[in-house]
Ligand binder design. Structure first.
Ligand code: PLP
Length: 400
C-alpha cells in the first residue's frame, strides 16, 4: 500500500462514532443529529423534475469537461454573482464541473504538487479546517502547515507569522470563506493581500467557497477570490482557483455537483489530470445543475430558513453558552464548559443530541489546538427540530 496512507487521520465522523459507542442515550428523546453539515431543507422541485426527464442520458458516457451549456450556466452564475466584469470567466477556459467540491479539493492538490519538487512542498491551510485539505496534502507528499483561526483574531489566519522558510516551500494555500466551522468571511482587502502574497511567494490559492450562498444580509453577500482577482485586473485569474457547490446552496448534497473555476493555465492542466482521474458528472446531474445555477429564488428562500433558525436558536442558547451569530454559513462554534469530547458525549447520553467535538476538526499548531473546548453545531434540520435541540443543549449545559 501507499505508505502515505498511514499519515491520514481517522475521519471526524468515525471518531464521533467511536466516542459514542457503548453510550445509550436517555430513552424517550428522539435523536437529533447536528454533527454533520448535510443540508436537510428540501431540494428545489424543478431540479428534481429535470432529473426525471434526463434518464436517457445514462446510456452515454459524459465528458470530463462537461456540457458546454453547464459551463456556460456556471460562468454566467459566477460572473453575475461576483461581478466579474473587468476579467470575466470564459466557460471554455476557466471552468470545470466537479462531482462535488470535496473531490475537486482533493484532486487539485494531486495535480498541483510536483513529486519531483525536492524542497518538501508545503500546503498552508486554516486550523480548524475541512479535513480534505490535510488528507490531500499528505497523499500528495506535501507538508500541511496550519494557521490557527481563533476568536481573539476574528478567526483570521495570521500570515505575518509564517516563517520565510515555509513561504519558500509553499506551493498551495487553502482558504475557506465563509469558514467551516467558524463562519468567518474574508473581506476584499484580505483576499487582495493573499493574492499579493501568492504573487510574492509564487503559490496557488485554492479558495473553498462552498458556503458562499448561506449568508444573512441580502445586501452584502460574501465576496470571493475571483471577484477580487477580477477587480485587481489579474489576467487569466492567475494563481486563483475557486471551488463552489450546489450541496449547500441548493440543498443537493446527493447530486454531487460543484465546480472549479479560475487560472486558465491551471484549469487546462487540471482538465488533463481529470481525464485520467475520472470524475465526470452524469448527464442528468449536469442537466439538473444547469437548472439550479440558473435560479436564485430557491437560494433566497433557503437563506430565509437559516435566518429563522439562527434567530430562534441563539435566543435559547445565548444565556448559557458563548454563542454568536456567524458571519455566514450554517454552523455554531461555541466554547464548551467542559472539554469538547466530554461535552459531546454527555449531551448525547443525556439529551440524544449529536454535535461534533471541535478538536476533531483541528490539530495542535504553535502550541494551541483551536478546536479544543469547542463544538460544531450544524443547524441543518428543520426549524422545529433545531429549536428542540437548542432547548436540550441548554438543559444539558444547565445541568453541568
Ligand atoms: C468547507 C467545505 N468544503 C467542501 C465541502 C464539500 O462539499 P461538496 O463535496 O458537497 O460540494 C464541505 C462539505 O461539508 C465543506 O464543509
Amino acid at each position: 500500500m501507499n505508505s502515505r496512507l498511514a499519515g491520514l487521520q481517522t475521519y471526524p465522523f468515525q471518531k464521533l462514532a467511536g466516542l459514542t459507542r457503548g453510550v445509550t442515550p436517555v430513552p424517550g428523546k428522539a435523536a437529533i443529529r447536528l454533527s454533520i453539515g448535510e443540508p436537510q431543507h428540501e431540494a428545489p422541485r424543478f431540479v428534481l423534475e429535470e432529473i426525471g426527464t434526463q434518464l436517457y442520458t445514462l446510456s452515454s458516457y459524459p465528458t470530463t469537461q462537461g456540457l458546454p451549456a453547464l459551463r456556460e450556466a456556471i460562468a454566467s452564475w459566477a460572473n453575475r454573482r461576483f461581478h466579474l466584469e473587468r476579467i470575466a470567466l470564459d466557460p471554455q477556459r476557466h471552468v470545470l464541473p466537479a462531482s462535488g467540491t470535496r473531490e475537486a479539493l482533493f484532486s487539485i492538490v494531486q495535480a498541483l504538487i510536483d513529486p519531483a519538487d525536492h524542497a518538501r512542498p508545503v500546503v498552508i491551510m486554516p486550523n480548524p479546517f475541512y479535513q480534505i485539505y490535510e488528507g490531500a496534502a499528505l497523499l500528495a507528499g506535501a507538508e500541511p502547515y496550519f494557521l490557527n483561526t481563533v476568536a481573539q483574531s476574528g478567526y483570521r489566519m495570521d500570515f505575518d507569522s509564517v516563517p520565510a522558510d515555509i513561504w519558500k516551500r509553499t506551493r498551495l494555500l487553502f482558504l475557506c470563506s465563509p469558514g467551516n466551522p467558524t463562519g468567518a468571511v474574508l473581506g476584499r482587502e484580505e483576499f487582495a493581500h493573499i493574492i499579493e502574497l501568492a504573487e510574492r511567494h509564487d503559490f496557488v490559492i485554492a479558495s473553498d467557497e462552498c458556503y458562499s450562498e448561506i449568508y444573512f444580509d441580502e445586501e452584502s453577500p460574501p465576496p470571493g477570490i475571483l471577484e477580487v482577482a477580477s477587480e485587481l485586473g489579474i489576467a487569466d485569474f492567475r494563481r486563483c482557483v475557486a471551488f463552489h457547490s450546489l450541496s449547500k446552496r441548493s440543498n443537493l448534497p446527493g447530486l454531487r455537483s460543484g465546480f472549479v473555476a479560475g487560472d486558465g493555465q491551471i484549469m487546462g492542466d487540471y482538465l488533463q489530470y481529470r481525464t485520467y482521474h475520472g470524475c465526470s458528472l452524469p448527464g442528468l446531474a449536469q442537466a439538473a445543475s444547469i437548472k439550479a445555477w440558473g435560479d436564485e429564488t430557491h437560494v433566497r428562500a433557503n437563506r430565509d430558513l437559516y435566518r429563522a433558525k439562527f434567530d430562534a436558536v441563539l435566543e435559547i442558547l445565548a444565556p448559557v453558552l458563548d454563542v454568536a451569530q456567524p458571519e455566514a454559513g450554517f454552523y455554531l462554534w461555541p466554547r464548551t464548559p467542559q472539554d469538547d469530547e466530554t461535552f459531546a458525549r454527555g449531551l448525547y447520553a443525556s439529551e440524544n443530541v449529536l454535535v461534533l467535538p471541535g478538536s476533531y476538526l483541528s490539530r495542535t499548531a504553535s502550541g494551541i489546538n483551536p478546536g479544543c473546548e469547542r463544538v460544531r453545531i450544524a443547524l441543518v434540520p428543520p426549524l422545529a427540530e433545531c429549536i428542540e435541540a437548542a432547548h436540550r443543549i441548554r438543559h444539558h449545559v444547565e445541568s453541568l
